[in-house]
Write a protein of this length. Sequence first.
Length: 95
Amino acid sequence: MPLTKEEVLEKMKDPAVVLLNVLSEQDFDKLHIKDSQSLALGPNIRNFESSALKKFSKQTFFITYGADKESTLGLNAAKLLVGKGFQADNYPGGL
């Protein structure tokens, strides 16, 4: 189930939660949600997955997001992370 803005804000109080911007580095540098981290989901899915495995512990709970509610990038990233054994949910509101 997609998260609401209020749910994201509440979950962000937990230090094990990472708000993950999955847009390109350039887009992240232009605009991102405060305290979010960047891990771009580009055309190389394996690179995204291996970067997540190297950078974060399996105890990390991810909240992924993309540009806006029309974008499926955040949802796709959450599905990939869950497939690698992480806990993840999507914030469809995006930027």
